[in-house]
Design a protein. Structure first.
Length: 221
């Protein structure tokens, strides 16, 4: 089956437990039920009881099918639900394989301590599925609410990407390797993106970049 017709998710939101700190448990459960909600053209569920996941599917049931015979409509809806459930299970398996990384990111999630913002990473992440490539918007910021031009690890990496390869020492060559898995935002209002061939690989590539974030922040150009 070609990527164009493969039944999968198109966009995915992953909300950390910190995202729900200002809402009631009931409200969180309405957004992300304990048992997956397959209604509409998305799948929403609570992952590990505290994380919220919302997948927007790339395939829909055309209106004209819903206007055909009841038997045909029921059959197609059943197939759509089965495919959604299969996709849900596959996604949970990928998240399980990446859970140690995701949990590790919680130590630098941005939050307000009563006086100022501390931390670097947004409490929710947005992934996109572009067929053969999964992308993660880079919402890791060195300075919260700042217009500083080198305000994320990927901002620094894009500068390194432009340097001649033969001018780099061993440490900078390691930084240059990280640039293979990033893409530049279209304009200042678009975040840079970290890429991977799968959800798990995308998360792993982001983790490799974030491990070097403190070093990248100190680099001078």
């Amino acid at each position: 089956m070609s990527d164009e017709f493969k039944f999968t998710w198109e966009r995915m939101n992953l909300c950390f437990p910190e995202w729900k700190r200002d809402m009631t448990e009931v409200k969180f459960n309405n957004y992300f039920p304990k048992s997956p909600d397959f209604s509409g053209e998305q799948v929403s569920f609570a992952y590990k009881k505290e994380y919220g996941v919302q997948m927007f599917l790339n395939q829909t049931i055309p209106v004209w099918i819903k206007e055909t015979s009841k038997e045909e409509c029921v059959m197609i809806e059943r197939m759509y639900l089965d495919l959604s459930y299969k996709l849900y299970n596959e996604t949970v398996m990928e998240l399980d394989g990446s859970f140690k990384i995701i949990e590790g990111w919680r130590q630098f999630i941005a939050k307000h301590d009563g006086n100022k913002w501390i931390g670097n990473l947004s409490d929710h992440l947005d992934f996109k599925n572009e067929g053969k490539l999964i992308t993660l918007g880079d919402y890791y910021k060195f300075y919260i609410n700042s217009d500083y031009k080198n305000n994320s690890p990927t901002d620094i990496l894009h500068k390194i990407q432009k340097l001649p390869a033969d001018s780099l020492n061993e440490k900078w060559k390691k930084y240059a390797e990280l640039t293979e898995n990033i893409s530049k935002g279209i304009n200042k209002d678009n975040s840079n993106e970290i890429t991977g061939s799968s959800l798990a690989e995308c998360i792993s590539n982001a983790d490799e970049i974030y491990k070097f974030a403190s070093e990248l922040k100190e680099l001078k150009f």
